[in-house]
Design a protein around this ligand. Sequence first.
Ligand code: PMP
Length: 467
Amino acid sequence: QARQKPLIRDEKKRDSKTIARSYHLPPTTNLSTHDITGPTLHVQKGNGIYIYDDEGKEYIEGMSGLWNVSLGFSEKRLVEAATKQLNELPYYHLFSAKAHDPAIDLAEGLIKIAPWASKVFFANSGSEANDTVVKMVWYYNNALDRPKKKKIFSRIKAYHGIAVGSGSLTGIPKNHADFDLPIKNIYHTSCPHYYRYGREGESEEEYATRLAEEFEKMVVEQGGAEECAAFIAEPVLGAGGVIVPPKTYYAKMQAIVKKYDMLWIDDEVICGFGRLGDMWGAETLDIKPDILVSSKAISNAYLPLSCVMVADNVYQVLVTQSKKHGVFAHGFTGSGHPVACAVALEVLKIYEERAIVQHVKDVVPHFWEKLKTFEGHPLVGEVRGIGLIAALECVKDKATKEAFDAGLGVGAKVAEFAQTHGLIVRNLGDSIALCPPLIITEAQIDELLSRLSKALDDTLEWVKAKR
Ligand code: PMP
């Protein structure tokens, strides 16, 4: 009955919750809860690191949206760049060797900040970029007449997207169960989280060695160099819980990838563009990629954009295949969308002119000095992260690291209390992720952490009441 009557949004009486419940199928949401309660937050405006809901309440966006709005929510220069491009050439495609200034200029700009790469392919999302990578790896090995070399290795708890290929690379059970993923030729090795999976008495170094040995065993079991094609990794695992691997882990993993003549795919969708304190996570953690994937902060999320950057050794093989078989038959209607590219070009200019990466380096010591004090909180088992990305893991017992019963929803409760205190964070299970806009100041960091502290205290009281 209610659905037959159109719901008009007028100034005085709007029922946005009903409208949302009635028509919208939201992404990554518990649909049954949404059907009853509607949206958990109705966002209306943004300004700097803040967002405002439909009642005018202010929140610090402690997650930069979905780890992506690194320059904040009111960057006028990006609006102007988009508007200018919309007026000049709102769309054109790049199929069959077409070109336009925004795409070719952005490709040049990206190679300048990732000089080890030689070419850039554009897509619209991290998922599309990683699906592109899967296909590129297969295309690459077809070009080299290695038809069996198709297996790609990822990690448990990795997040690489949700499309069929990228969703298979993702190593989070919820993204697989019920969706018939992963597809074949995708394998997952262990998640490098020492706090959770390091053994009693095992040093971080020994743990890293164990993981590398385990990975090598898996590669050998799967046919070694003949069948194993690539390894994909986020420098810091993001959606899986903000996990920074042990120091020597990447050196050991890279040695194995090299030994079996595999490609290293570096998923910098979150870690790129200054998040870890350098332009790329690969610089911070000493990773030498053959293929690098970027998205999110590349356009400050104002428009969808992603890219796949390939090193020359990879590109030359793609060219060889094209010589034999003609067209590289892969591309999206929106590949290199001129408006998104124009925005991203302006992002690059802003990074340079305002020294955004240097700003991150400058505020990071303050962020970590303050954040480390949360180790003393009765709920917090581990404070982890690097640069301006972090997570606080809530545990039932700090001494034994015993986790709370997942059904209790402690992490979700922290996020909920944070919201009441004017802070947006994201709970990944019982880990509370922080990924604030990179433009955050030290005073704003203090305000963010003070709101978080209130949320943790409220949650502690709530947990006590449950006991
Ligand atoms: N890779 C990583 C590391 C990500 O964090 C994400 C998104 N959170 C993706 C890929 C997928 O990006 P998208 O949601 O744009 O498809």
